[in-house]
Ligand binder design. Structure first.
Ligand code: UGA
Length: 448
């Protein structure tokens, strides 16, 4: 069955592509998911999400059952839809710049597929790409392989995505804005109309820009958020040396100033995930190639790297020399509600601990252990649950803010651990309730 006019295709079934596809289908818009990974396509066809994301599985199941979402590895199927989103990955290269191989290949194959098409087709670059990619790379590749002139019967837009892992579906259904970067009115209007169909009267503010501005909006957004995290971690590190000071109270106070706001100011072990580090490195590299060195963004990254050392310092302060000490690491995922460990602070902390003389590391995460096993050496033990991880431990570090870890009380730590040293790198607990333990938290000054 051909999807027909008004339908959508999405090339690249990663986080963004899958969530976008499931969301379009959930609004009754026929969607074709396209990926070169046959195994992934098969899973989607069976209505199973190939990655963990709350709500995604049930949404996919419904969409596939209603035949609103189909999946294929045949890119030529995109020609039977009206618009195609490019959501392929743009991984980092060694120098921090992004590898555009997948987007170039997708653009070329899509152009070829569209070459015989008579009616208008819109191509939307949703992957995170450095400014200029849509106009200078995707545009000429598409134009050549389709033998069409972009802006006539083939439209092109840049349309960055702002969803967060763990809340991706909700973020897709309720974004705070939509940014459309286009060179011509028809491309911009066609995409806006598609979003009007999607959101109905709840259409968020649509900001129309050039493709380059849209591309830079994405980097500005992630760079700002990462900078907020590094900023508050800097304040936390200062607070940590002042008796009686708690960074969380500082945030409670400064967050009330509307010019500052309370969000993304949670001090912790440093940011992780597939986006912040990668995007910061890409925009730093891009900017330096333009002849401008963005010092602030370098400091954001440097502060983040250093934050893992701060966590290890807290461990050593409580525990002393780590030789033969059993260290329980609760949480490996880069944040709760995901199995993703890419760039996770837990990995930086574990790697630092392993460089020390002789600690025994036992780690637990509700979802991320299979992914962690692939990355960490055999010298890390994995526990079945949080309680087994704590058994006989000399120190526990809470690295991810999983809800189930919040349920552990001081008495549980006291009963299970050999020495109840607790480093709360996520500030999960109220220090007052844990006074019976040797407790240290990021951004809490020494108690007098
Ligand atoms: C991030 C952005 O928040 C999204 O808007 C963006 O679309 C996405 O990158 C992307 O470019 O695809 P994500 O990486 O899923 O989303 O995760 P975040 O919720 O932003 O968290 C990133 C890291 O910062 C996590 O390790 C988190 O624990 C940490 N963080 C966040 C803090 O340490 N403190 C905070 O206050 C907030």
């Amino acid at each position: 069955m051909k999807p027909g006019p008004g339908s959508v295709s999405v090339i690249g079934m990663g986080y963004v592509g899958l969530c976008t596809s499931a969301a379009f289908a959930s609004k009754g818009i026929k969607t074709v998911g396209i990926d070169i990974d046959e195994k992934r396509i098969e899973q989607i066809r069976q209505g199973r999400a190939p990655l963990y994301e709350p709500q995604l599985d049930s949404m996919l199941k419904k969409a596939v059952k209603k035949r609103l979402l189909t999946a294929t590895n045949d890119i030529s199927q995109a020609a039977y839809t009206s618009s195609t989103f490019l959501t392929v990955g743009t991984p980092s290269r060694k120098d921090g710049s992004i590898d555009l191989t997948s987007i170039e290949r997708a653009a070329e194959e899509l152009g070829t597929a569209l070459s015989e098409k008579q009616s208008y087709h819109l191509v939307i670059v949703k992957s995170t790409v450095i400014p200029g990619t849509t106009n200078r790379i995707v545009n000429p590749i598409l134009a050549k392989s389709s033998s069409k002139t972009i802006g006539t019967n083939l439209g092109l837009c840049a349309n960055p995505e702002f969803l967060k892992e763990g809340t991706a579906i909700n973020d897709t259904l309720h974004p705070d804005k939509i940014v459309i970067g286009a060179n011509d009115k028809k491309s911009a209007n066609t995409l806006k109309q598609l979003y009007m169909r999607f959101y109905g009267k709840n259409l968020p503010t649509v900001i129309l820009t050039s493709p380059e501005t849209a591309e830079l909006v994405k980097y500005a957004s992630n760079a700002f958020l990462a900078t907020k995290v590094s900023f508050i971690n800097t304040i936390a590190n200062i607070a940590q040396s002042i008796p009686g000071v708690d960074v969380n109270q500082i945030v409670e106070a400064i967050g009330r100033d509307p010019r500052i706001g309370p969000l993304f100011l949670k001090a912790g072990p440093g940011y992780g995930g597939s986006c912040f580090h990668k995007d910061l490195q890409a925009i730093i590299n891009f900017s330096e190639n333009l002849g401008y060195s963005p010092l602030l963004l370098r400091a954001t990254e440097g502060t983040n790297e250093q934050q893992a050392e701060k966590v290890v310092e807290l461990v050593e302060k409580l525990t002393g020399p780590l030789e033969q000490k059993r260290i329980a690491v609760l949480g490996l995922a880069f944040k709760k509600d995901t199995d993703d460990i890419r760039e996770a602070a837990s990995l930086r902390v574990i790697n630092l601990l392993m460089k020390k003389k002789g600690p025994i590391i036992v780690a637990y995460d509700p979802l991320a252990v299979p992914n962690a096993r692939r990355l960490l050496t055999e010298s890390v033990e994995f526990a079945q649950d949080e309680r087994s991880a704590l058994k006989g431990a000399d120190c526990c570090i809470v690295m991810t803010e999983w809800n189930q870890f919040k349920k552990l009380r001081a008495k549980d730590y006291l009963a299970l651990m050999r020495t109840p040293n607790l480093v709360d790198a996520r500030r999960l607990y109220d220090p007052k309730e844990y006074e019976s333990l040797n407790f240290a938290g990021v951004g809490i000054g020494p108690q007098e």
